[in-house]
Design a protein around this ligand. Structure first.
Ligand SMILES: [Zn+2]
Length: 879
């Protein structure tokens, strides 16, 4: 409160008394927890249009007094747009999973609004090198996207958006007019509406009239899984590139519609910190990001520093945070000709909290966020031409670089994986990457180093010579060289490997323009069919396509008996011989509770819905292999699934399973809290899933008994180690050698670097497979790319059949791993089967469902769910 004491002027008694009264009132108001009114936040010497509603007029409380709920936030944005239609236009980008609107305000001067579409079209041409040279940037406005609180429990951003919206709509005078004439602001008040709503409900319900600042208070300690995530417990600030979630998809549509020059990403960090703004750590900038990007970031940073100095706030730059992974909101713009700016405000979490820097109050955190929005806009206005010129140059140089690049195109696609190709193409198109049907046929080595062929009809080609060249490299390339060994997030994400999709580089001698077939404009979901029509005998379905587990579940859920082949065989289909692989589903007609017509009509709807092919049978005699009546066809039980969720469990890992089963495969699963698990009857479940996490509260004896009685336990990551330690399995988890020789003297300042290098931030490894093992059904490449971001290294089982996925001595495909961790991984098992009584434990050391874009691991996971109980007991026994 120093601003009440600073005056050294002699003032009249009357004035002094008035000041003292104000002082006392402010002290009193603060002590009972009332937040400041707008004058605390807004720059003085600005007048405001009285016809624009203040936040309190709409949301019923002062900014910072309570955490704004998403509903009220949207009400305010609507009110602003209604009151200032000449400056503010409200757009609906879409809806979240929970049906909350994602709103975008477009804020600019009345003059610009009158020709908004013209401005947009002209602006977007900056990213088109064939047209951008003709543009005159002298009078073009700069486009700035202001974004808030992608982590719902980092809410000072979203709360500050109330102030920014008010300021931009209501401020009057030369300064604001000049700003709005030169800037088109795309204003996103909440990147993660569902998370914001969850968090605001939590902190508001725990607020005391006399603010409790003790960090131990319930207000600051949310219940699992907290407000950080979206509905499915995903971190949306990792999803800008994979764009798995509706929130990201809706946002990307508008991002590319406008191609902003600057995008801000307002976050919060630990409560004891101050305020961070980019640039981050220089050695950790993605090498595909040109240096000029960081130069402009630094120039903008001068404005943040000056504005924060003015209000007395402390800050830091060039530490902790980086611009490496393009899936983050502050980094994705960097590979799109823009500049992403990360802001990290120390979090008060609730309304006021004791910290190393004194009591951190919510209004103070909001003020810093608001102030850096103003500094961003001021910098954008002043550096307008530099940013516009940079965007144009970024795309021009992308074209020239691509001409000189050794890789001329990337191909991908597999006739048996049409749904995955569909999703991959969909993802590329979201980023405005041009994709063509492959016209011709190529035999190449794929990204996992095995020979592959790419054919017309099932393969796609992405030429490098296009404006999104750098982003294409970011998606397709493998990375093995790094300047730094510390990472804020994952070290590699080569997306074709993640999707488990065959893909290869096409070099200059292999490439020619004729390979580009029809340009893909509409991405069409693969067509399913029942080949041969209705059968009175039965049907076969390949276990290849991504969505076939969903079709299987619906069949089982309709009480259709389905079997699975444990052998390869060949049959006559439609007059020709066709090979069927391990895992092929057999649907007999005889002895079913439904008749042939009902089964045919169900199957017809399923093949269409899930893009799979079924083959009609006329008899059970095979050309080669086992006949269809053989015991090598095993009946599949309908899985009834529970997943352990709640305190201790890694929420994002659990969310990945929830999303996979619910969104992709339409399979319901019960989410069991450990305390509920410990008291309920488990017999209604035949499958229990445990993802990474800590299970100290779980009754291990109860779980073991359940497995012994025939249950299938799928243990992933740390749960593998837990099950071993708990005596449920005898899986051997390796101990890792420390890289530090205890006799060696190391400098204290090196500690972060030495310890950090031993983290498994996340890299991609090739696992060898046993294709005859039920857990590997549906995989046809010799290796499967798995993602490892943990230190669970397991020994191969002594039983030669019990480690169907394992690593050889050079498994690294892409990413960074320390020597010590790599040594532990080499020749270890990725998956181990444990027979426990009548049950099975499927131990999966790595995360097969990583961030929901690791489609290549889904088959392993679904195999464990559907086929785990059919694995021969002898294949998992070690005594
Ligand atoms: Zn954050």
């Amino acid at each position: 409160m120093h601003h009440f004491l600073w005056t050294s002027k002699i003032v009249t008694n009357q004035k002094l008394m008035k000041r003292i009264t104000v002082f006392v009132c402010v002290l009193f108001c603060l002590s009972v927890g009332h937040a400041q009114d707008l004058s605390y936040y807004l720059p003085d010497s600005v007048t405001y249009n009285p016809s624009i509603p203040k936040p309190k007029d709409v949301i019923y409380h002062e900014v910072g007094e309570w955490h704004v709920t998403h509903d009220r936030l949207v009400n305010y944005m609507k009110a602003i747009a209604a009151a200032a239609p000449d400056r503010v236009k409200l757009e609906m980008m879409g809806q979240t999973y929970e049906g909350r609107p994602q709103v975008l305000l477009i804020i600019t001067s009345p003059k610009n609004h009158q020709r908004l579409e013209e401005i947009r079209q002209q602006h977007v041409q900056l990213t088109d090198p064939s047209k951008s040279s003709l543009l005159n940037i002298d009078n073009m406005p700069i486009v700035v996207w202001i974004g808030h609180s992608i982590h719902g429990n980092e809410s000072s951003g979203a709360n500050a958006s109330l102030l920014s919206a008010y300021y931009l709509a209501a401020a009057q005078g030369k300064q604001i007019d000049e700003l709005l004439d030169n800037v088109v602001i795309l204003f996103d008040p909440s990147f993660n509406p569902d998370g914001l709503q969850r968090f605001s409900t939590w902190v508001n319900q725990h607020k005391s009239k006399n603010l409790v600042t003790d960090p131990n208070d319930r207000e600051f300690n949310e219940v699992w899984p907290g407000g950080r995530f979206n509905h499915y417990w995903f971190d949306l600030n990792r999803d800008w590139l994979p764009a798995v979630h509706v929130e990201s998809q809706n946002r990307l549509k508008w991002f590319h519609l406008w191609k902003p020059n600057i995008l801000t990403d307002h976050h919060e960090q630990g409560s004891n910190a101050t305020f961070f703004f980019q640039p981050g750590v220089a050695s950790r900038v993605n090498p595909l990001t040109p240096d000029k990007n960081q130069e402009l970031t630094a120039r903008l940073a001068k404005y943040h520093a000056a504005f924060l100095d003015r209000i007395g706030s402390f800050y830091f730059t060039k530490e902790n945070y980086d611009d490496y992974y393009y899936g983050k909101g502050s980094t994705y713009p960097d590979v799109n000709g823009a500049i992403g700016i990360l802001f990290e405000q120390a979090s008060s979490r609730g309304h006021a909290q004791e910290t190393a820097n004194g009591i951190l109050r919510f209004p103070f955190t909001i003020k810093n966020q608001f102030t850096t929005t103003l500094s961003t806009l001021e910098g954008a206005k002043n550096l307008r031409k530099e940013f516009l010129a940079w965007q144009r140059d970024f795309y021009k140089t992308a074209m020239t670089e691509s001409v000189n690049a050794p890789v001329k195109a990337y191909v991908y696609g597999d006739p048996n994986e049409r749904a995955k190709s569909f999703h991959f193409t969909e993802m590329l198109r979201r980023h405005q990457i041009d994709v063509y049907a492959l016209n011709g046929s190529l035999k190449l080595n794929n990204l996992s180093n095995s020979p592959a062929s790419f054919d017309k009809g099932s393969a796609f080609i992405v030429p490098a010579n296009q404006p999104q060249y750098r982003l294409i490299r970011a998606i397709f390339e493998k990375t093995l060289n790094y300047k730094d060994s510390l990472f804020y997030d994952i070290t590699s994400w080569t997306l074709p490997l993640a999707y488990g999709l065959s893909s290869a580089e096409v070099n200059a001698t292999q490439f020619n323009q004729q390979l580009l077939g029809e340009k893909i404009t509409d991405v069409v979901f693969p067509q399913g069919e029942v080949v041969g029509g209705k059968s009175n005998y039965g049907y076969l379905v390949d276990w290849d396509e991504f969505y076939v587990p969903a079709a299987l579940y619906e069949l089982l859920n309709n009480n259709v008996l389905v079997k699975c082949s444990n052998a390869n065989f060949e049959m006559e289909i439609n007059g020709g011989n066709r090979k069927f692989n391990y895992g092929t589903l057999l649907i007999p007609i005889v002895n079913q509770s439904s008749n042939a017509d009902q089964i045919y009509s169900l199957l017809q709807s399923l093949v269409k819905k899930y893009g799979v092919k079924a083959y009609s049978l006329h008899g059970g005699n095979v050309v080669s292999g086992s006949d269809l009546g053989s015991s090598r066809f095993a009946t599949i039980a309908k899985p009834s699934i529970a997943m352990i969720t709640g305190p201790g469990v890694n929420a994002t890992d659990a969310g990945e399973v929830w999303h996979l089963l619910d969104q992709r495969f339409n399979i319901p699963a019960t989410h069991l809290e450990p305390t509920i698990f410990n008291r309920v009857d488990l017999n209604k479940y035949n499958t229990i899933i445990m993802v990474g996490g800590n299970y100290a509260e779980l009754n291990k004896e109860k779980l073991k008994t359940w497995v012994q009685n025939g249950g299938v336990l799928i243990a992933v990551e740390e749960a593998v180690a837990w099950a071993a330690q708990s005596g449920i399995t005898n899986v051997v988890v390796k101990k890792i050698k420390s890289p530090v020789d205890s006799a060696a003297r190391l400098s204290y300042v090196d500690r972060e670097q030495v310890d950090g290098a031993q983290q498994m931030s996340g890299a991609i490894f090739a696992a060898e497979i046993d294709p005859a093992n039920p857990l590997a059904f549906g995989y046809h490449q010799p290796t499967v790319s798995l993602f490892k971001a943990n230190k669970v290294f397991i020994e191969k089982s002594k039983n030669p059949y019990a480690s169907p996925f394992y690593y050889k001595d050079k498994p690294l495909l892409s990413g960074w791993v320390s020597k010590e961790n790599y040594d532990a991984l080499k020749n270890s098992a990725a998956v181990v089967i444990s027979t426990v009584g009548n049950g099975r434990v499927i131990n999966i050391a790595d995360n097969p469902n990583f961030r929901a874009f690791w489609l290549g691991g889904a088959k392993l996971f679904m195999n464990a769910i559907f086929f785990g109980r059919n694995i021969d007991a002898a294949a998992g026994r070690t005594e």
